[in-house]
Design a protein around this ligand. Sequence first.
Ligand code: SAM
Length: 270
Amino acid sequence: MFPSNASSPVNSADCPDLSSVGQAVAPAAYTEQYNADFVSRWDELIDWNKRAEGEGTFFSQLLLQAGACRIFDASCGSGFHSVQLRRAGFDVTACDGSPTMVRQAKANFASRGLDIPTLCCDWNDLDPRQLGTFDAVLCLGSSLCHVFEEAERIAVLKRFRRLLNPGGVLLVDQRNFQAILAGQFSSSGRYYYCGKTAKVTLGELHESLCEFVYTFADGASYRLRVFPILPGRLRGEMRAARFVVKQSYGDFKSVYDPMAADFIIHQAHV
Ligand SMILES: C[S@@+](CC[C@H](N)C(=O)[O-])C[C@H]1O[C@@H](n2cnc3c(N)ncnc32)[C@H](O)[C@@H]1O
C-alpha cells in the first residue's frame, strides 16, 4: 500500500505490466499495506472517542454474557479494543502481525498507563503451547478480509479455535460486502472509521477484490486491498472451522437491515 499522493516518481520499470485485459493484480501483503506512514494516521482515521461512543458497551456486554475473562485480541491494530476491554476489567492480550501496528498499539497502551501484554505474530503462527488458552478471541476491524483464499481463512479460524477454552467465544466482524458489492457502499462515519479528517471511498471493486481509499483533508491518500467476503460465506467458513455460529449483528444491533448496515459482527463458540 502506498500513499497515492507520494511525491516520489514512479519508475515504470518497477511496475508490473498490467496491460492485459482482466489480469489479476496480486494483493499487497498486509504488512506492506500497513506501512509506517499510514499507521501513523490510523488513530486519526478511526477517532477513538467517537468509535467508543458508536460501539458503546457492545463487545464488553457480549463477553460478560459469555462469561469470558481472558481475551485474545488477534488483530489489535493500534489497540483500540484492547484498551476498551482492559479498562472494562478484562484480562487482555493484544496481538497483530504488523510490526508498525504493534508499535503504535504499545505506544497507545503506554500513554494511557496500561500494561497490556502485546505480541507481534501472524495468525498462522499462533500456538496455544506458547500463548496458553483464552475465553474469547476477537478478530475485529474487518481484519480477516486480508486473507484472500478460503482455505487460508478456514485455517486461520482453526488457529483461533485452538486458542479457545471449551465453550470459548469467537467474535469476528467484517465490512458489509453484500451491500458494497450490490453498489450500496456507505460509510456512515458513526462506526469504526469515525475520524472527520478522512474520507473513505471505493477504488477497484469486484467479487474477488475490494479496494478502500482513505483520503485525508491534507490530500494524503492510502489504499487497502481486501477480499470482499459475503457475510453468509464467512459464517459458512466459521462452521467449516468447527465453530457454532450463534448470531450476527448489523452495526451492533441484533435486528438490522442487511443492506443498510456498515459492519456485520459474527458471534460463534467452540
Ligand atoms: C483494518 S485493521 C484493523 C485493526 C483494528 N482491529 C481496528 O479495528 O482498528 C486490520 C489488522 O489486521 C492485521 N492483520 C491482517 N492480517 C493479519 C495476519 N495474517 N496476522 C496477523 N495480523 C493480521 C493487520 O496488521 C491490521 O492491523
